[in-house]
Design a protein around this ligand. Sequence first.
Ligand SMILES: NC(=O)c1ccc[n+]([C@@H]2O[C@H](COP(=O)([O-])OP(=O)(O)OC[C@H]3O[C@@H](n4cnc5c(N)ncnc54)[C@H](OP(=O)(O)O)[C@@H]3O)[C@@H](O)[C@H]2O)c1
Length: 228
Amino acid sequence: MNVLIAGASRGIGLGLVTALLAQGHHVVAVARNPAGSDGLQALAGKHGDALTVIACDLNEPDAASVLRAGFGDITFDRMVFNAGVKTPLHQSVAAATMDEAGLLFMTNAIAPVRLAQQLCGSVVDGGVIGFMSSQMASLTLNRSGGMPLYGASKAALNSLMLSWASTLDVLPFSLLALHPGWVKTDMGGPDATETVEQSAAGLIRTLDAHAGKKVCTFVDYQGEPMPW
Ligand SMILES: NC(=O)c1ccc[n+]([C@@H]2O[C@H](COP(=O)([O-])OP(=O)(O)OC[C@H]3O[C@@H](n4cnc5c(N)ncnc54)[C@H](OP(=O)(O)O)[C@@H]3O)[C@@H](O)[C@H]2O)c1
């Protein structure tokens, strides 16, 4: 299987790359500074041709061209748009600047959906495109009170995914907004309840479970439905 993981330098993205390589798949890992990722460097040394690494800042307007030039004519069974930020630290609607809001919404909502739209021609029929969302995207659960800007950016991601799906007469692939759990990473912090390995294993099972289904849905890393 060919899998693209966008945002793979550390955390959940690196965990997905590690687990997929261990399962014997070919992984295209995208990071803005691969040389600075000890994890990716170690995997490259261990797995050789099974890992293709592409340097790309996913927010750049030419990111899709950079990725296409990097992976060539491969077709993908899975694409996962994982990169995200939890900025600004203050999370204050009152204090947010244009730059802060721009970076947050570009990284978490616009860039992933834009790239998926530009690259989905390289996804096999019945494949799966996953976006790393969050339980904080759920308007129904309303759990982002402490992180309103971050929650709004993930709700925007879900909204853009749904809008895209609504424009397609027939879905040629599944579109998943994924809640990865609360995961021990730089973003999730040390008190989080799930390890990167647990989250990555569950996410991969959940992606696999939606192959061939051609649905658009919001699920957690254990495959449980999440309310919009
Ligand atoms: N951890 C949790 O509990 C949790 C819960 C819900 C949702 N999530 C979501 O899950 C995803 C992964 O989270 P994480 O905990 O693994 O976060 P993390 O440890 O902070 O890692 C974030 C990743 O995104 C990459 N990234 C950010 N902006 C990028 C850009 N413009 N271009 C390329 N890569 C970029 C980072 O690359 P650099 O190394 O270059 O910065 C890094 O690889 C995020 O979307 C996050 O919002 C996480």
